[in-house]
Design a protein around this ligand. Sequence first.
Ligand SMILES: C[S@@+](CC[C@H](N)C(=O)[O-])C[C@H]1O[C@@H](n2cnc3c(N)ncnc32)[C@H](O)[C@@H]1O
Length: 301
Amino acid sequence: MALWGRMLWALFSGPRRRGGTQGWAFSSWQPHPPLAGLSSATELVSYWTGVFEKRGIPEAQESSEYIVAHVLGAKTFQSLKPVLRTYPLTPQQLKCIQELSRRRLQRMPLQYILGEWDFQGLNLKMVPPVFIPRPETEELVEWVLEDVAQRSHAVGAQGGPLILEVGCGSGAISLSLLSKLPQSQVIAVDKEVTAISLTHENAQRLRLQDRIQIIPLDVTLEGSWIHLLPWGFMDLIISNPPYVFHQDMELLAPEILSYEDPAALDGGEEGMDIITQILMLAPQLLKYSGPRFLHIQRSGP
Ligand SMILES: C[S@@+](CC[C@H](N)C(=O)[O-])C[C@H]1O[C@@H](n2cnc3c(N)ncnc32)[C@H](O)[C@@H]1O
């Protein structure tokens, strides 16, 4: 069997779009409302950047820019029209920025504060404690797409590969593959109800629900693979499984430790619990002949 096991290792940093998330300090400090006269988006960004920096919040400027832009209905501060950056904000907008910034001071990840995040060009809903897709996982998707393109003549009786994702979380990997591979079908499994329900929501949101089966399944349970047989043998198995050594869990950044599901990160004593399980399942579930792929990535936290 051909196995392409790809493993990426990352330092204990938080989820990020650019740069890293490092260092932390919880605090009982309460922010004061911005001083009277601070009312434009630009002023608010610089006010909250200063507050975040003083409180040791990682990615201070990025955080304040995303929050202010979000309240003004834009994705990034840079995409705001110059006139909107200097225009006075309404009391309601100021209050909203204050509330979202308060959450950031409590170390909530931006992705949960905003309630959405982009992955491979798709806008996904984000809800705690479901794992926030990491930038490295976008590379995993790219690799799979490359492999599929190279073997497109051989995979998938229906014209596209049948893909199994173990541990779908928000659905980021499965849904981005479906969006790029219009002929393929995905079986997405996860043991957490919150993850299953978020993948359902994101599939509907992206109108990809017709090509994905979302199944609550704990792959560590004996015989769990039998529940997957009705869908036939897979062309490809993909997973970004939990892999943090159990004893290292407490070293994770507070953004992760306080908000993300430990079940998405804790890989057991040697970090291999789920990986071992997937390697055992693979021969039962992958097609017997023709090209078969198994991509396992260890990315984040
Ligand atoms: C690191 S997260 C990856 C989520 C998503 N694939 C991504 O890359 O954003 C690992 C996922 O595996 C799920 N998981 C953990 N143990 C599992 C198990 N025994 N069976 C099925 N899913 C499991 C977790 O609930 C979590 O959603």
